[in-house]
Design a protein around this ligand. Structure first.
Ligand code: C2E
Ligand code: CA
Ligand code: CA
Ligand code: CA
Length: 276
């Protein structure tokens, strides 16, 4: 057993080393990603579940560099730790603003776009000024921008609260992402007027087979209704889930409708689907 333990330890060490190495390599590439033009945005459409009207889209960052395609779950945390999320986040917001004009040019109405914001960004002293500058420079109507924040922001509750009300004064919409999976979901919505709740997909996936989870999902939706907050359910993958959700007046997003896709693909998809 001792022998085994030692081997495990060495194995663990080796593994950790590899992870650290990869992290360092990714970080060094990440520094040059903007100037090398390696980022792009994929959009995932959102729908009114009952009417199947497209109501918006979420911007999801994609990075294709010499190392290959690196998923956001891998590089966003590195960007947050290094502070690179500040310029990267600004790039995403600006690009999303430019893309909003594209919708109009392609004969669609200007859909609201949801942009993910890291807590680190929200807590940057000049963040609100930067958001104001970008939407002004890009000539975008603030109400077409929804900022998705996660409840980790509420570890810094007092500051987050102030920053969110300042953002709301700009006219942008605020959405709480991954609602329900953190530990402070309810206290977050207690004092802050949030425009939208995005229910984490784990509540949806288990609700078909698990009565308890279904009750929770139902309750969260009712909370949204009572607070007059738009409710979006994430990660819809099956017709069965759509059927269950159509008992409610909620919005949805997920692979059953479309994966996140490049803007030109989204325009083609839209024409194919809605302009028959
Ligand atoms: P998120 O904001 O919760 O985004 C939803 C994730 O679920 C996306 O993964 C999306 O592709 C995926 N998804 C959509 N529909 C389905 C479905 O039906 N089933 C399943 N299993 N997954 C689905 P993605 O694009 O890999 O992004 C992962 C996370 O990276 C995001 O989670 C968000 O936290 C972060 N992220 C992405 N882009 C940005 C960004 O521009 N800024 C920041 N700060 N974070 C970002
Ligand atoms: Ca999101
Ligand atoms: Ca989410
Ligand atoms: Ca997430």
């Amino acid at each position: 057993a001792k022998e085994n333990g030692k081997n495990n330890y060495e194995f663990y060490n080796e593994e950790l080393n590899q992870q650290l190495k990869r992290r360092m390599i990714i970080e060094s590439y990440l520094h040059k990603a903007i100037e090398n033009n390696e980022f792009s945005i994929h959009y995932q459409p959102q729908f009114n579940i009952r009417s199947f009207d497209m109501t918006g889209a979420e911007a999801l960052l994609r990075w294709d560099c010499e190392l290959g395609k690196i998923p956001p779950d891998e590089f966003i945390s590195i960007a947050e730790e290094t502070g690179l999320i500040i310029p990267i986040g600004e790039w995403v917001l600006r690009q999303a603003c430019k893309d909003i004009h594209q919708f109009k040019e392609h004969g669609l109405k200007a859909f609201p776009i949801s942009v993910n914001i890291s807590t680190r960004q929200l807590m940057t002293p000049n963040f609100i000024e930067r958001v104001r500058a970008i939407i002004t420079e890009e000539k975008v109507d603030a109400k077409l921008i929804t900022l998705e924040i996660t409840e980790s922001a509420f570890l810094y509750y007092e500051d987050a609260k102030d920053n969110i009300s300042e953002l709301k004064k700009l006219g942008v919409r605020i959405s709480l992402d991954d609602f329900g999976i953190g530990y402070s979901s309810l206290s977050m919505i207690r004092n802050i007027e949030i425009d939208e709740l995005k229910i984490d997909r784990s509540f949806l996936h288990d609700s078909i087979t698990n009565e308890r989870v279904y009750s929770l999902l139902d309750t969260i939706i009712q909370i949204g209704k009572k607070l007059d907050t738009k409710v979006i359910v994430e990660g819809i993958e099956t017709e069965e889930q759509i059927g269950m959700l159509s008992n409610y007046h909620v919005y949805g997003q997920g692979y059953v409708y479309s994966k996140p896709i490049a803007l030109d693909q989204l325009f083609k998809w839209y024409k194919r689907t809605f302009e028959k």
